[in-house]
Design a protein around this ligand. Structure first.
Ligand code: TNX
Length: 637
């Protein structure tokens, strides 16, 4: 810090010395409230009130580094490379007082000198767009926010069991049909309401626009084609890729849940190579992610072709087969001059031969294991960096990785001490989206911020410069205000606060009723759990509900009320829902009339008289699940 301030605005001139930097000068102008004028002139020429941009590798700063020198008359931002200059501009943005930039004509920036560069070359974030779709505009907005936090890799999880969002010329049906689920699609809903048509995919133009928008902001897009598991969506359109073993419909009302590419079917590798080839044409980045996670062994174990292959290749188990599979795909990636990235399980059954980057996600041990084996590792440990995990016990999200609050994310040192072996090349935040189908639009900001700020600081700053108190101070002191100004509805923001997963409205009525149904419930989760007025307990059936199955809610004495909400499924994860169904109401205990003809997983209606009983009759087929879950009624006066 130095004495004095630079008055940014009212006559400030932004100068760029060469044509290539003009777009960055324009970017600085726009992102700092359009206060300055921009001109293509090199040097200061004795002028004052000048911001001078430059790239100067000769200064000897590491890649992506920069210096920022603020004096009363001049601001000089010098990048080691273009990326460094870009990050110097981000820091300048962060030095301008938060608030509405446009309404403050002159912003005072304190005089100072900064020398800055990142700890890790890889500072990434994963967005799962397969389970819940994020439209193009949301992706662009996320890239802007990532860039503001100096993050430089966008890992786009484009394919999974529940959807294929990547447009391909070689297999256009994958996105056009496999991008949707529910009615009219061979892909069914596992998450969300039965039968409901849900989905979307990106157009080729949008994919290009994302890549360009990211590249300008020094973000490389890492596309993921998740295989050999997590491939139900493609398997629904191309069932020939599956193993020659039994179908998997035992728990799913006839819907085949199989999701693994057969490893013994040679034509599969032709199809995969065509897809990889097109991915390499569309995506210019260095890394192509080919999945390798969570491959259920049963299909390979029962397939004659896979068994013959394992025998021929001397592969002991399905873990070895998974590694073998990823090596074949790795070769396709390497042949095209790219580097393969895989989830940690891909290395469980042998050596990956094409110098892949291992994305260690399961736990800290998986980071250590991959390092010991000598790989480059991206640390994405779910217990710290999965932003689909709950932030406290009562909030929305999964919890298999524990409660991942801000302090946990911030407090984790991503570089374990492992002698020799590989190195941690970076960190990555993960946002898996199966939990968020029901939550409208608020959840993206809520789950990501400010946890992403903590991850970004871990990614950039040396471990020795980090401190939880300092981080908290900087958040409360100005960074959260800056997020407010950027319109980010982060957890705890004014008007957002802390949201409970299941908001049970205040003042609901406690009324005695009984629940019965045509499907028995489990002993652990009987029907009475849906009638005990305790919203933490649920009833769970022993099998899925089929067309014609019914559930009845019978009040001990007729209830006069303003509204009744019937709810099904888990409160945290939109699974095991009932629907579609017809909701009927009886005011006399014997005749029924329709209250909601299109009941999804939930439905609310306003009775016109005292209610005697309610009945749900299932009209749609199964949900790819072996049960449905019923919650307490919410009855409002
Ligand atoms: C595990 S992360 C998965 C995802 C889920 C996530 C939910 C990874 C490689 N596999 O498919 O969405 O957990 O937290």
């Amino acid at each position: 810090m130095r004495d004095g301030v630079f008055a940014f605005g009212a006559g400030t001139v932004v100068r760029y010395p060469s044509y290539e930097l003009q777009p960055l000068a324009g970017y600085l102008y726009r992102e700092t409230g359009r206060r300055a004028t921009v001109e293509g002139v090199a040097g200061f020429h004795g002028a004052h009130n000048v911001v001078l941009l430059a790239v100067d590798p000769a200064r000897g700063l590491p890649d992506e580094g920069y210096t920022l020198e603020v004096e009363p008359d001049t601001v000089r931002i010098t990048g080691a490379d273009r990326a460094g200059l870009f990050y110097g501009i981000q820091t300048l943005r962060q030095l301008i007082p938060p608030g509405d930039n446009i309404l403050v004509p002159v912003a005072e920036i304190p005089c100072l000198r900064i020398t800055d560069y990142p700890r890790f070359p890889y500072r990434g974030f994963t967005l799962d767009v397969a389970r819940t779709f994020s439209p193009f505009e949301e992706v662009i907005r996320l890239l802007d926010l990532m860039a503001f936090h100096k993050m430089n890799r966008f890992h786009w999880h484009l394919t999974d069991d529940e959807g294929w969002r990547l447009p391909l010329e070689c297999y256009p049906e994958l996105a056009r049909e496999g991008g949707f689920r529910g009615a009219g699609s061979p892909v069914r809903n596992i998450y969300g309401a039965w039968g409901e048509r849900y989905g979307g995919y990106y157009t080729t133009e949008q994919v290009r626009a994302v890549i360009d928008h990211a590249a300008f902001r020094n973000i490389e897009v890492v596309p993921e084609f998740d295989l050999p598991g997590h491939s139900r969506a493609v398997a629904r359109l191309h069932p020939e890729i599956l193993c020659r073993g039994p179908v998997d419909t035992a728990s799913s009302a006839g819907y085949d849940l199989r999701k693994v590419w057969c490893a013994g079917r040679e034509e599969n590798f032709e199809m995969i190579e065509r897809i990889i080839d097109e991915i390499c044409v569309v995506f210019p980045g260095a890394i192509i992610h080919t999945g390798g996670d969570e491959v259920p062994p049963e299909q390979w174990e029962t397939c004659p072709d896979c068994r013959a292959l394992m025998k021929r290749e001397g592969l002991e188990d399905t873990a070895a087969l998974n590694t073998w599979f990823e090596n074949r795909v790795g070769r396709m990636v390497a042949d095209r001059g790219r580097r393969q990235a895989v989830w940690n399980e891909a290395a469980d059954g042998g050596t990956l031969e094409y110098d892949p980057v291992i994305w260690a996600w399961e736990n800290h041990e998986s980071v250590v294991k991959a390092l010991r084996a000598g790989y480059d590792v991206v640390n994405m440990t779910s217990q710290y960096y999965y932003f689909d995990m709950k932030q406290s016990a009562s909030e929305v999200g999964l919890a298999w990785g524990g409660i991942v609050d801000l302090a946990k994310t911030y407090g984790y040192d991503p570089v374990p001490e492992v002698r020799g072996g590989g190195r941690v090349i970076g960190v990555n935040g993960g946002f898996w989206t199966e939990t968020f189908l029901w939550n409208g639009e608020w959840w993206r900001d809520y789950q990501l911020f400010p946890r992403l700020c903590a991850l970004a600081e871990t990614a950039w700053s040396p471990e020795s410069a980090r401190s939880p108190e300092g981080f908290r101070e900087r958040l409360d002191g100005w960074h959260l205000a800056r997020l407010d100004a950027l319109g980010v509805a982060y957890r705890g923001a004014p008007g957002v606060g802390i949201r409970e997963a299941y908001t049970v409205p205040e003042g609901r009525m406690r009324v005695a009723y009984d629940v019965t149904g045509s499907v028995p419930c489990t002993a652990r989760n009987p029907y009475s759990h849906a009638a005990d007025n305790d919203t933490r307990t649920v009833a769970r059936t022993v099998r899925t509900a089929r067309p014609g199955d019914w559930f009845e809610f019978r009040f001990r004495s007729p209830v006069r009320c303003g509204s009744i909400t019937v709810r099904s499924g888990y409160s945290a994860l939109p699974r095991f829902v009932i629907g579609p169904a017809v909701l009927e109401v009886s005011y006399d205990g014997s005749t029924y009339e329709v209250a909601d003809p299109r009941f999804g997983y939930t439905g609310t209606f306003r009775p016109r008289a005292a209610v005697h009983s309610l009945r749900l009759t299932v009209t749609g087929e199964g949900n790819g699940e072996d049960a449905v879950i019923i919650q307490d009624l919410i009855i409002m006066p």
